[in-house]
Design a protein around this ligand. Sequence first.
Ligand code: FAD
Length: 437
Amino acid sequence: MNRSGKLRVAVVGAGAAGLCAARHILSRAESFEPPVVLEQSARVGGTWYYEERVGTSDDGRLIHSSMYRDLRTNLPKEVMMFPDFPFDSHLPSFLTHWDVQQYLEAYCKSHDITPHIKFNTMVEEVKPISMETDKGGPVRWEVISRGMHGGHSTQTFDSVFICSGHYSVPHLPSIPGIEHFKGKVMHSHSYRCPEPFAHQSVVVLGAGASGVDISFELAQAKAQVILSHKTALPFSLPLEIQQAPPVVKVLDNGSLFFQDGSVAHAQVLLLCTGYSYHFPFLCPKRLGLEVQHHLVAPLYKYLVLPAFPSLFFIGVCKRICPFLHFHYQIQFALAVLDGTVQLPSHELMKEDAERERQRKTQMGVQVKHLLQMDSDQWDYYVSLATIAGLPPPNPVIQSLYEEVGRQRQANPQAYRKINYRLVNATEWQLLSAPSEQ
Ligand code: FAD
């Protein structure tokens, strides 16, 4: 806190979450100093800032975005938007990454966030500098950052919002014998477009959102695609895409060996195996934080580290409406900081996080899926909204989210051709169905 009694907040990252944090901090000028947003790249947008390049940038930064050239959003703009900032009404429901990037730039401009962003600045360390939490004393945070063009800076803050995203560090499964594979092994993080794969045999490993979409793109570009995955898909695939169970090993002659004993030669093994949580600027041991490739714990309300309640993890959950999620988490966190919301004690928050983990485990949720929300997200938003005194999300958002989920399952190739319109807080309307295109 500075002499004026206002709190100083650092925001790591200027993707959608970081911009949302900055926007809400700026609108609470009576309690907060303008935020300091630290962004390693030269642009806002985070993962929506598409870079054709893969690997590293000229200044040695790892390319952050996992977008591919022809990606269309899997949520319609009516569900994706920040509740207080609609997308351009002329856009179709399902957007290109360029549309979303433009939207985030417009959001940034509209809220005059840019002057508060330090671009080309990588956060290298975030550490608590007073350990008085047990006595109820405030912890401050030292944030050490490095300019991508040289120079270091150390600054002190009352709170840090971690908005660094979690779709950038590929999760690479260990496949015995992979060293014998003679073709190219790559992760979807480095996939940009299908043309280089035309007439090649490609085994796509993993049938999550990216695995399925990329298989469609590759098949259309005349690659021979085998989609290798664990569970039965709730939809049928076009005949051009063969299916196989998981790859369990690579044989000495370089062929891929599947779980059912079948074997295939391939020129490319494309791993669509998801991403790992990665916070290289934190010391998890010191913070009492468990970071596995698929889990960050313990987090009270999926947001607050019980031992350090001024460090907020924004958007670590999966299967959510990300922008809506940020909107509620950030305003809840600010209400905690300005004293509007009183958090339970450290112990009670830890117990609550553990109870939530047990609840999911007893329902049969595997550890790797503990941060997936899906239908749980609506009660979660209502709970954050109620505690922080915010309006809950309009029921129409849940209703349309569920409808799009049904359409995606029924027809994963065509569901994006549909356009929707929000009629009011509870009703949406279908504007055009695939057959009408
Ligand atoms: P990011 O967008 O990843 O931004 C994080 C920012 O932090 C980046 O700018 C990064 O450079 C910066 N950063 C990271 N580390 C540091 C550091 N140490 N120092 C300084 N800066 C740092 N969501 C949807 O709503 N709809 C969709 O259709 C959709 N499709 C998706 C498709 C793909 C392929 C992927 C990967 C994601 C998709 N998402 C979609 C989810 C998407 O990640 C979220 O919508 C949202 O953009 C995440 O925002 P974020 O700010 O949390 O993270």
